[in-house]
Each structure stands twice: as C-alpha cells, then as structure tokens.
Design a binder for this molecule. Structure first.
Ligand SMILES: Nc1ncnc2c1ncn2[C@@H]1O[C@H](COP(=O)(O)OP(=O)(O)OP(=O)(O)O)[C@@H](O)[C@H]1O
Ligand SMILES: [Mg+2]
Length: 254
C-alpha cells in the first residue's frame, strides 16, 4: 500500500460495487481541515494586529492548495495554525478530526510529529549532517527502531529523486537538491499533510521546476499540499488557489 495514501479505507470502499457513490461517482470527500470564523490577533507593545479576520476555509484530503497574497497578509500565520504550532484567538480549527481548541497537549504533539510535514523557504538543513542524517532527524519524535528508520529515510530520498545523494552534505548539493532533502525530511514521517512556506523562494527557475515536479508527484500519491507562495508558476499547478490579504481569505481558483 502506498504510505502516502491518507485514507486507505476510502479506497477499499470503492471496490465494493454496491456502495452508493456520490453524484459525480467519486468517493466521499474527506476533510483535511475545517476552519470556521478563525481570527488571530497579536498584541505587541499596546498595538493590536489582526493577522487573520474570520477566516472560513475547508481543505479536502488529497487537495493541492496554494495561498498567495501581499506581505503581512497573514499567510504564515495561517500556516502556523494549520501546523498546530499556534492557536486561534477565536474560531474553530479542525485538523482532520482534531479540534485545536480542545485537543490535549499530547494529542497536538502526536499530530505535529506524525500527521504534518513542514517545508520552509530556508531549507533549514544541518550542514554537518549528510542528506540521510538530515532526513532521519525528521523521524526522531516517532521513536522508530533503527531498521524502520533507515527504510523510511531511503524511501523518502527515493521519492524526491535523491537516493544517490544520501551521503552528501548540504554544502555538496545544489539549492534544489537541498530543498528536496528538506521535503524528504518532511515526508519521512509519512504525514497526511505537507505544509510549505515559500518552498521555491530561494531557488532559480530550473530548481523551482524540480521542486514542483516532486510536489506534484507527492500530491498525485494522495498527500495533501498547502503551499504559501509568491510564485505564480507554483500557483498554476494547484488545484485550488486562495488569496490572503489583510487577514481576509478569498478563493481565487479560476
Ligand atoms: N508573533 C507576532 N507578533 C506580532 N505580530 C505578528 C506576529 N506574527 C505576525 N505578526 C503580524 O501579523 C501580520 C501577518 O503576518 P504574517 O507573517 O502571517 O504575514 P505573511 O503573509 O506571511 O507575510 P510575508 O509574505 O511577508 O511572509 C503582520 O502584520 C505581522 O506583522
Ligand atoms: Mg510569511
């Protein structure tokens, strides 16, 4: 079974011929996220910043969503909530079946450790470690045994096309390859969702295309993608495009 297929039960359901299908004949859509009336307010030195204003947003499992918008619009703030790294000031954030507001600390730790992968503009690789060792870092919270860990590291590097570079250190890799190592680190835990904040921001065009190809392949395998980007070439690949301006979200999918 494909480890990135988020909901194998849905797949199995489709093989039962007398299971009623939806009108389009598709399997029932499973929500990856449900946000309702989400507001995020930062107070700093007596000034109040409303980074998100009553945001309603649903993201389906397997979707590829990009978030665009001007600087300060609230994109990174939204990604922090989707990553269970912060909590809203008001409103509801559901990550799958987990409610950010009521989940226990250990439940949130589990969600962060196993369900959500992160990729950033700065690759954040450790320069003294090899690609394989950097990828293995992403698995640390899972406490896997050595054999499972190395199998996952090898699989993740294979998926981003870097099996042959496992022993290279970041300084011995191109920018695009370094970002692919960062993606491998994020997917080694076999998350349901990959969140990326400007993953191509530090890359030239050809390296950007490498990253887009990798992201596209992961999405085709069922991984849900939410990508913050200023790059319209990235947004063009998305199934759904959302714009965030002054904390207000708008669907701009054509
Ligand atoms: N920790 C914080 N404390 C106070 N204000 C914050 C904090 N984080 C973000 N903000 C403010 O919230 C608003 C939204 O910031 P955010 O980082 O989400 O924007 P962004 O869309 O990611 O911008 P960029 O494209 O520049 O990365 C900005 O006005 C920012 O100054
Ligand atoms: Mg940002």
């Amino acid at each position: 079974m494909n480890p990135h297929t988020a909901h194998p039960i849905e797949e199995n359901d489709m093989t039962i011929t007398d299971t009623p299908l939806t009108e389009e004949g598709a399997a029932p859509a499973v929500p990856a996220y449900h946000l309702a009336g989400v507001t995020k307010t930062y107070a700093q030195k007596g000034r109040v910043v409303q980074a998100l204003k009553r945001v309603d947003l649903d993201i389906l499992a397997g979707d590829f969503v990009t978030i665009q918008g001007p600087t300060g619009g609230g994109k990174s703030t939204l990604l922090q909530l989707l990553g269970a790294l912060d909590t809203p000031t008001a409103g509801q954030v559901m990550i799958g079946a987990t409610d950010l507001a009521t989940a226990s600390r250990s439940e949130l730790e589990r969600v962060r450790a196993s369900e959500i992968g992160f990729v950033f503009q700065a690759f954040n690789l450790i320069p003294t470690l090899t690609a394989a060792e950097n990828v293995a870092m992403g698995l640390e919270p899972l406490g896997l045994d050595r054999a499972e860990r190395s199998a996952r590291v090898a699989d993740a590097l294979e998926r981003v096309g870097l099996a042959e570079r496992a022993d290279h250190r970041p300084g011995e890799l191109s920018g695009g390859q370094q970002q692919r190592v960062a993606i491998a680190r994020a997917i080694a835990k076999r998350p349901r969702v990959l969140l990326a904040d400007e993953p191509t921001g530090n890359l030239d065009e050809s390296m950007r295309d490498e990253i887009l190809a990798v992201l596209g392949a992961l999405n085709a395998d069922g991984l849900t993608l939410v990508v913050v980007t200023h790059d319209s070439a990235v947004a063009q690949r998305a199934r759904r495009r959302v714009r965030l301006d002054k904390g207000i979200v708008r669907d701009i999918t054509r």
